[in-house]
Design a protein around this ligand. Structure first.
Ligand code: MSP
Length: 643
C-alpha cells in the first residue's frame, strides 16, 4: 500500500466554553480529533493534539455571577469537568490549554500588538447588536424580526461603545483566493461553499474589543487603553498558536500550520473567515484543513440543559462501554451531517457490527484454531490458497487513508468492516470443518490463518477508533499494534509470522435492552404520575421511540404459497438491504415496486412470517378503495428519518 504523508501533524479541537457542562456534542468533536491523532501517530507522524477550555467573555462572566462565583473560580470548576471527562474517556491530548493560562494571555497580547503595528487595527465606535450566547456581532438587517440572533434565536443586545476594529475587509480577496487555491482547506465541500458565499457578500471590519465588562484579556501595555478587553473570539482562536508557544516560548511552533482544526458547523465562520484573516495579518501560514461536523440532536431537538435532554457522555460510556460509544459516534453519521442520538441505534451497532461481525469472528477463529490445530497458526500457505481474498482485503484497506484525511470516519469504518464481511464470508464459503473432515488440513490451516491475518490488519486500522479493543485482538493474535506492525502488515502487506493464538474472553456482549432506560422511565413515570394520562394519547417521547425511515425497494418477488404476501428487499442506507415481508400482493405487482421509495418502521423487532425473516414494516393507508403505500413526495436519500 502507498504510504505518503507529512512528518509532523498538529490536530486541534475547539476549546470548550466553560458556561456549560460537557455533553455528547462536545464529546463528538473530541472523539473524532482523538481518532485522527491516534491514526496520525500510528502511521508514524510526530503528532501534537490540543484541546482545552475557552474561559473569557461576557457569557462566562454572566454565568459565574448567576452562581455567585467569581469568573476564575467558576472557570476552574468547569474546566476541570472537561479535563476529567477527557481523562476518563482516555483522550490522548498532548496539551490542555486554558485561555486563562498566563502564556496564552501574553501570546494574545503579542499578536494584538503585531496586528496593531501592521496597521490592521484601528479605533472607532461600534454601534450594533450583540448576541452574548454566540459572542457575535450583527447588523440589524441580519437579525430575525429585527431583534433575535440569526444563529441561536436568542434576543440580542444593542451595543454602542468605543471599540478597536480589525480590518477584516482588507483580507476579503486573499481569503477568496485561499478558498480557490486550496481545494480542501474547508471540508466538507458543502460547508466550504457556504463560507465562500458568505464572504462574497462582502466582509465588514470586525469589532475586536469590548468595554462594557471586564472578564477578558487586557490590551497590550504598549497600547495603554485599560478600559478595553479583547473580544473573546480573537482571544479564543489564538489558542491554536499560543499553545505552541507563540509570543512566549516558541519551541513548538514548528508544528504550525495545523493539519486539521476540527470544529462544529456552528463555529465554522469564525474558523474559516476570521482565523485565516488574523493569521494573514500575523504573516503566519494558514491551516491545512478546517473540518466542520454536524450537530447531534436528541429526538430531533437541539440538546440543552433547560430542555433536560442533554446526554452525558460518561453515563453513556458507563452503560454501554467507552469504546462502543466511540465506535457509534464515529460510525453512525456521515461527516458534516447532523445525527440523532438514540439508544436503539447504539444498541444495533453494538449487537450487529461489533458483537456479530467482529467479536464472533474472533471467537470462531480462536475456537477453530484450538479444535483443529491446538491454537497454532501458520500463515505460510495463505497466499497459495487465498491470494484473491488478500487482494480484496487490501483493496478496502487502501481506501482508508483517503477517508481519514477527509475526516469521513463513518466511511472509514464502513470500508474497514468490508474486510470483516470478507472474512466471515470466507468461513461460510470454504467451510473449514468440511476441509478437516476431508483431510485437507493444509487448506483448513490456510483458511484459519487467512482469517487471523484479516483480523490482525483490521485491528491495526481499527486502533485509532477503538484502541483497547484493537489491542485485545492483537493480544489474542500475539502481536503488538504500533508503527512497526502497521508498516509490516499494512504498508508492506506482509502476513503474521507463525504464532500461538491466545484464548481471550469475548470482546463484546450482546445488549438486550436500553441500558439508560430505567432512569429515564423513572423520571417519566414520576412526571406522568403527577399528570393524568389521557387514554389513547401518547407523549412525543413515546412517538419518537418509533424509528421511521425512507427506503428504496431494490428487489421484489412473489411468495408463491401466499396470495397476500410479497418478499421485498429494501435499501435503508445500511450495509445490506433489509428483507421485508409485506401484505400488499393484492394491490401491487413486484415489477411496479422496484426502485420506488417507501416509508419503513425500522426498529421493529424482526419476525418470521411464513418461515421468512421480516426486518421491518412498510407503511400504507388502506380504505374501501384499496391500499396505497406511503411514499415521500420527492426522492430522498435512503435512511432519511421520517419525523
Ligand atoms: N468556545 C467556542 C469555540 C472556540 S474555538 C477557538 C465554542 N465552544 S462550545 O463549547 O460552545 O462548543 C464547542 C464545540 O462543541 C463546537 O465545535 C460545537 O459545534 C460542538 N458542539 C456543541 N454542541 C453540539 C452538539 N449538540 N452536537 C455536535 N457538536 C456540538 O463554540
Amino acid at each position: 500500500m502507498k504510504d505518503s504523508h507529512c512528518k509532523k501533524a498538529y490536530i486541534t479541537t475547539p476549546i470548550y466554553y466553560v458556561n456549560d457542562v460537557p455533553h455528547i456534542g462536545h464529546a463528538y468533536t473530541t472523539i473524532i480529533a482523538d481518532t485522527l491523532a491516534r491514526y496520525s501517530r500510528l502511521v508514524g507522524i510526530e503528532t501534537f493534539f490540543l484541546t482545552g477550555t475557552d474561559e473569557h467573555g461576557q457569557k462566562i462572566e454572566e454565568a459565574a455571577k448567576k452562581r455567585g462565583k467569581n469568573p476564575k473560580e467558576y472557570a476552574d470548576e468547569i474546566s476541570k469537568k472537561f479535563r476529567d471527562l477527557w481523562d476518563y474517556m482516555e483522550i490522548s491530548y498532548d496539551k490542555f490549554i486554558r485561555t486563562t493560562d498566563p502564556e496564552h494571555i501574553l501570546g494574545v497580547q503579542k499578536a494584538f500588538e503585531k496586528m496593531y503595528e501592521k496597521g490592521d487595527i484601528y479605533k472607532d465606535y461600534y454601534e450594533g447588536f450583540y448576541c452574548v450566547s454566540c459572542e457575535s456581532f450583527f447588523t440589524q438587517t441580519q437579525l430575525i424580526e429585527g431583534e433575535y440572533c440569526p444563529d441561536c434565536g436568542k434576543p440580542t443586545q444593542i451595543v454602542k461603545e468605543e471599540s478597536y476594529f480589525f480590518k477584516l475587509s482588507k483580507y476579503e480577496k486573499d481569503l477568496l483566493k485561499w478558498y480557490e487555491d486550496e481545494e480542501k482547506c474547508i471540508i466538507p465541500k458543502s460547508k466550504k461553499n457556504e463560507v465562500i458565499n458568505f464572504v462574497k457578500q462582502g466582509l465588514q471590519d470586525l469589532s475586536i474589543t469590548r468595554t462594557s465588562f471586564e472578564w477578558g484579556i487586557k490590551l497590550p501595555k504598549s497600547i495603554n487603553d485599560p478600559k478595553h478587553v479583547i473580544y473573546v473570539w480573537l482571544d479564543a482562536l489564538m489558542n491554536y498558536i499560543t499553545a505552541l508557544g507563540y509570543g512566549t516560548d516558541e519551541k513548538l511552533m514548528d508544528f504550525w500550520p495545523a493539519k486539521v482544526h476540527l470544529v462544529g458547523k456552528d463555529i465554522l465562520r469564525f474558523h474559516a473567515i476570521y482565523w485565516p484573516a488574523f493569521l494573514m495579518s500575523l504573516d503566519l501560514p494558514l491551516p491545512k484543513h478546517i473540518a466542520a461536523h454536524g450537530w447531534w440532536t436528541r429526538n430531533g431537538e437541539k440538546m440543552s440543559k433547560s430542555k433536560g435532554n442533554v446526554i452525558d457522555p460518561k453515563e453513556v460510556s458507563e452503560a454501554y462501554g467507552l469504546e462502543n460509544f466511540r465506535y457509534f459516534m464515529l460510525r453512525e453519521v456521515s461527516f458534516g451531517l447532523d445525527g440523532d442520538f438514540s439508544q436503539r441505534a447504539l444498541i444495533d451497532r453494538i449487537n450487529s457490527d461489533l458483537n456479530n461481525d467482529l467479536g464472533n469472528l474472533l471467537n470462531r477463529i480462536i475456537g477453530m484454531s484450538g479444535k483443529y490445530f491446538d491454537f497454532e497458526i501458520d500463515s505460510s500457505n495463505v497466499l497459495k490458497y487465498h491470494q484473491k481474498e488478500l487482494k480484496e482485503a487490501m483493496s478496502h484497506i487502501e481506501k482508508l487513508p483517503e477517508y481519514i484525511y477527509n475526516v469521513q470516519t463513518n466511511r472509514y469504518l464502513e470500508e474497514l468492516w468490508k474486510v470483516l464481511t470478507l472474512a466471515n464470508q470466507s468461513i461460510t464459503i470454504y467451510e473449514p470443518w468440511k476441509l478437516m473432515k476431508e483431510g485437507k488440513n493444509e487448506e483448513a490451516m490456510a483458511l484459519v490463518a487467512l482469517i487471523a491475518n484479516l483480523l490482525a490488519k483490521t485491528a491495526i486500522m481499527l486502533s485509532p477508533a477503538m484502541p483497547k479493543v484493537a489491542n485485545k485482538i492483537a493480544d489474542a493474535l500475539n502481536f503488538k499494534i504500533d508503527t512497526q506492525s502497521y508498516k509490516k502488515l499494512i504498508v508492506n502487506e506482509e502476513l503474521l509470522d507463525s504464532f500461538k493464538i491466545k484464548k481471550i474472553p469475548p470482546l463484546f456482549t450482546k445488549v438486550e435492552k436500553e441500558l439508560l432506560k430505567e432512569k429515564k422511565v423513572q423520571k417519566e413515570e414520576k412526571k406522568s404520575s403527577k399528570k393524568e394520562k389521557t387514554p389513547g394519547i401518547i407523549t412525543i417521547d413515546e412517538f419518537f421511540k418509533v424509528s421511521l425511515k425512507i427506503g428504496t425497494i431494490v428487489e421484489a418477488e412473489d411468495i408463491e404459497k401466499s396470495d397476500r404476501l410479497l418478499k421485498l428487499k429494501v435499501n435503508l442506507g445500511e450495509e445490506t438491504p433489509r428483507q421485508i415481508i409485506a401484505g400488499i400482493k393484492e394491490f401491487y405487482s413486484p415489477n411496479d415496486l422496484i426502485n420506488t421509495q417507501v416509508c419503513v418502521v425500522a426498529n421493529l423487532k424482526p419476525a418470521k412470517i411464513m418461515g421468512l425473516l421480516s426486518q421491518g414494516m412498510i407503511l400504507a393507508a388502506k380504505d374501501e378503495e384499496g391500499l396505497s403505500l406511503i411514499r415521500p413526495e420527492k426522492r430522498k436519500k435512503e435512511g432519511t428519518p421520517v419525523k
